[in-house]
Design a protein around this ligand. Structure first.
Ligand SMILES: *Cc1c(COP(=O)(O)O)cnc(C)c1O
Length: 382
C-alpha cells in the first residue's frame, strides 16, 4: 500500500511512499536525532555510495547544492567557464553561476540526448588552440539515461579537464557494467520530490577522492574547523541533509530496483500501445546501458502530427492528467541568451517534438492505457 491512495489527478512523476518510509521517519523522530547529523544520515551516505559505485557520498540539502560545492571542489570560481549540455534542467547551469563562473552550452547527441562527445572534442580542440579551455566539463544524464561515459571521460582526460557528472535524473541506470554516477572526479544525485527516489528535497555528491568528500562535507557545515569554538578559515554553507530526511531516503533507496522495474514496465506498455502509429517514437535504452525509466517521452513527427506536443498536453490536461514539454534548451532561456553556445539542432528538435508522459512508479496499467488512448485519439484527430 502506498500513500496517499491515488487522488483524482494523475501526476507526471509523484513520490511513491509506503509503510516502510513512514516507519523509517517515525524511528528517526523517536531516536532524538532531529538534526543534520545522526545514524540514519551516516547509513544513507553508505547506501548512496554503494548504489553509485563510489567510495564516498556526502548527503546535502539539494542536488543544486551538491553541484555548487562539486564545482567549487574542482576549483571552479569567478572568471571561469564550464561546459554544460544545453538540454538539461536549469539547475545544472545555475550551479555554474552560483560558483561565479559562466556556462558554455553544447548540443546533445541523438542516441541519449546527452552531451555530444564529437562536438565536445571539436570545441576543446578549437579552444585549446586559443588557450581558452574551460575549467571543467559538466556532463548530464538527462531523463534517466547515462551519457557516453567512456568517450566523454576519455576526452576530458586527454585535455586534463575535470569532469563532473550531473546524475540527478539517472540513479539506478547503467553504462555497461558501471553505475550512473560512477564516472568523473565527482558526480551528483538528487532526491527532489519528482526524482526516482526522494527525501522530499535533498541530494548528494559522490566521489572516489577522499579529499573532495572531506572538503565538501566541511563546506556544507559552515566550514567549521575541528575545534570547540566556532572557527572558520573558509566561507561555508548550510547545505547538509537532515537525519529525518535521510531516514526517508534510506527507505526509498531500498526500493530503487522496484521503482526502476515499474517505470521501465510503464515505458514498455506505452511502447506497445503506440506500436501501430508511424511518426511516434519513445526513446528506450541507449546503446551502452540500461536506463532507469524515469520519464517516458513521446516524440511526435511534425509532418504526421503538427503541433502534437501542445495538443496532446492540452487534451491530457482536460482529463486532469499532467504532462510536460521536454526541457527547453538552455541556449533558448532568456537568462542565458548571451552565453556561448555550440548548437547542432538536436536539443531544439527534442524540445519541439517531445512530451514527457506520466511515468510515476505508482501508475497502474489501466492508467497507462487511459493516457495512451487520449494521446492516440488526439493524434488521429489531426
Ligand atoms: C533535479 C535536477 C537537478 C537539481 O536537483 P535538486 O535536488 O532539485 O536541487 C540538477 N540537475 C538535473 C539534471 C536535475 O534534473
Amino acid at each position: 500500500m502506498n500513500f496517499p491512495a491515488s487522488g483524482s489527478r494523475l501526476f507526471l512523476s509523484p513520490p511513491v511512499v509506503g509503510q516502510a518510509e513512514i516507519d523509517a521517519v517515525d524511528a528517526a523522530l523517536r531516536s532524538g536525532w532531529i538534526a543534520p547529523i545522526g545514524p540514519a544520515l551516516d547509513a544513507f551516505e553508505k547506501d548512496i555510495a554503494a548504489v553509485t559505485g563510489r567510495k564516498y557520498a556526502v548527503a546535502l540539502s539539494s542536488g543544486t547544492a551538491a553541484l555548487h560545492l562539486g564545482l567549487r571542489a574542482l576549483g571552479v570560481s569567478a572568471g571561469h567557464e564550464v561546459i554544460v549540455p544545453t538540454l538539461t534542467f536549469a539547475a545544472s547551469a545555475f550551479a555554474v553561476k552560483h560558483a561565479g563562473a559562466e556556462p558554455i552550452f553544447l548540443d546533445v547527441e541523438r542516441e541519449s540526448w546527452n552531451l555530444d562527445p564529437n562536438l565536445l572534442r571539436d570545441v576543446l580542440q578549437r579552444r585549446n588552440l586559443s588557450d581558452r579551455l574551460p575549467a571543467a566539463v559538466m556532463a548530464v544524464d538527462v531523463f534517466g539515461r547515462t551519457c557516453n561515459y567512456a568517450e566523454i571521460a576519455e576526452i576530458c582526460r586527454e585535455y586534463e579537464i575535470p569532469l563532473l557528472v550531473d546524475a540527478a535524473e539517472s540513479l539506478g541506470a547503467t553504462f555497461g557494467n558501471a553505475k550512473a554516477g560512477s564516472v568523473g572526479r565527482l558526480a551528483v544525485v538528487s532526491f527532489n520530490g519528482n526524482k526516482i527516489v526522494t527525501t522530499g528535497g535533498g541530494g548528494a555528491l559522490v566521489t572516489d577522492d577522499e579529499t573532495v568528500s572531506v572538503r565538501v562535507r566541511k563546506w556544507a557545515t559552515q566550514s567549521r574547523e575541528p575545534v570547540p569554538w566556532y572557527e572558520h578559515e573558509e566561507v561555508g554553507f548550510n547545505y547538509r541533509l537532515s537525519n529525518i530526511a535521510a531516514a526517508l531516503g534510506q527507505a526509498q533507496l531500498a526500493r530503487l530496483p522496484e521503482f526502476v522495474e515499474r517505470r521501465r514496465g510503464i515505458h514498455k506498455r506505452y511502447q506497445r500501445n503506440f506500436s501501430h502509429l508511424d511518426g511516434v517514437t519513445l526513446m528506450g535504452d541507449p546503446p551502452w546501458g540500461l536506463w532507469n525509466g524515469w520519464l517516458t517521452i513521446g516524440s511526435f513527427n511534425p509532418d504526421s502530427y503538427p503541433e502534437a506536443p501542445i495538443r496532446v498536453r492540452e487534451a491530457l490536461e482536460r482529463q486532469n492528467i499532467e504532462s510536460r514539454p521536454v526541457w527547453k534548451p538552455m541556449h533558448r532561456q532568456p537568462v542565458f541568451l548571451s552565453n556561448p553556445a555550440e548548437i547542432t539542432g538536436v536539443a531544439d528538435e527534442a524540445f519541439k517534438r517531445g512530451l514527457c508522459l506520466p511515468s510515476g512508479a505508482s501508475m497502474l496499467d489501466l492508467d497507462v492505457d487511459r493516457v495512451s488512448e487520449i494521446v492516440i485519439s488526439t493524434l488521429q484527430a489531426s
